[in-house]
Design a protein around this ligand. Structure first.
Ligand code: DGN
Length: 263
């Protein structure tokens, strides 16, 4: 049985990439809700509705586990998805938080994400529930997503936007910064350059490890196939997904199908 992964669009491919690296034998089905991206600027009610539609589409493909790759969706809809689906459901927030708590030495953690993720306070709430003494500084970085979608990952423009959003965080005394959005790992180099010694936590890498651990724990690991198959579904036309997605994955994307989620 495959693992289902969904995101509001293309960004979740950073998560798919890390899962494929760590679990090369697993069959992966990816759904990108490209017709309705971005989720990051929508109301909680809408994000939950869209997330449920994505989850049920994948559930009907007989997945054994659901990975909510989108930070916005994980922030707002993880609990309800866990209640509605009779399979393990994992979101990106908790693995990112756990990693950040391991990394920080001075107890001051920065979080960056979309407007909706930051407003939901999902990250600070999770952090405080584990360790109330940690100080959290959050910042929404809305221009990072379009920047990445345009393939502007390094150079003057990227540097200026990074500086614009991260200046305060850089001087706030944090020693750890969580990249709380699917797109941000692509800007890692530019962000790291600007942030200097501050440690970056890539939630895509962290969730991949969590998926692996959970598959072992639940004895769901795939031992049969040699090479994990990857199938992609998108709600808008596949052309743009293919073009931008190949920047994310660094290889040619085949098997992209267009689907409609509205019933
Ligand atoms: N996938 C979204 C996230 O991780 O928050 C980013 C894209 C978006 O919907 N704005």
């Amino acid at each position: 049985k495959p693992i289902g992964i969904f995101d509001s669009g293309i960004g979740g491919l950073t998560v798919l990439k890390e899962i494929a690296k760590l679990l090369p034998n697993e069959n992966l089905i990816y759904l990108g809700d490209t017709a309705r991206v971005p989720y990051g600027i929508r109301s909680a009610e809408t994000v939950i509705k869209y997330s449920l539609e994505c989850a049920f589409f994948l559930f009907r493909k007989e997945i054994k586990m659901l990975v909510v790759a989108c930070n916005t969706s994980s922030s707002l809809s993880l609990e309800i998805l866990k209640k509605k689906l009779p399979i393990p459901v994992i979101g990106v927030i908790e693995p990112g938080v756990k990693a950040a708590l391991k990394v920080t030495k001075n107890g001051k953690i920065g979080i960056i994400g979309t407007e909706a993720t930051i407003q939901s306070e999902a990250y600070p709430k999770k952090i405080k529930s584990i360790n109330p003494d940690i100080e959290v500084v959050s910042k929404a970085c809305p221009l990072f997503v379009p920047l990445v979608e345009e393939g502007i990952l390094e150079g003057k423009i990227a540097e200026l936007v990074v500086e614009r959003y991260l200046k305060e965080l850089k001087n706030s005394g944090i020693d750890t910064l969580v990249l709380g959005c699917t797109h941000y790992p692509l800007l890692k180099k530019t962000i790291q350059q600007y942030m200097g010694g501050i440690k970056l936590v890539d939630s895509a890498q962290e969730i991949a490890q969590e998926v692996k651990d959970l598959l072992f724990l639940q004895k769901l690991i795939n031992k049969n196939s040699k090479v994990g198959a990857k199938t992609f579904y998108v709600t808008d036309s596949p052309e743009r997904f293919k073009k931008i997605g190949e920047i994310f994955l660094n290889y040619e994307i085949k098997n992209i199908f267009n689907v409609s989620l509205e019933e």
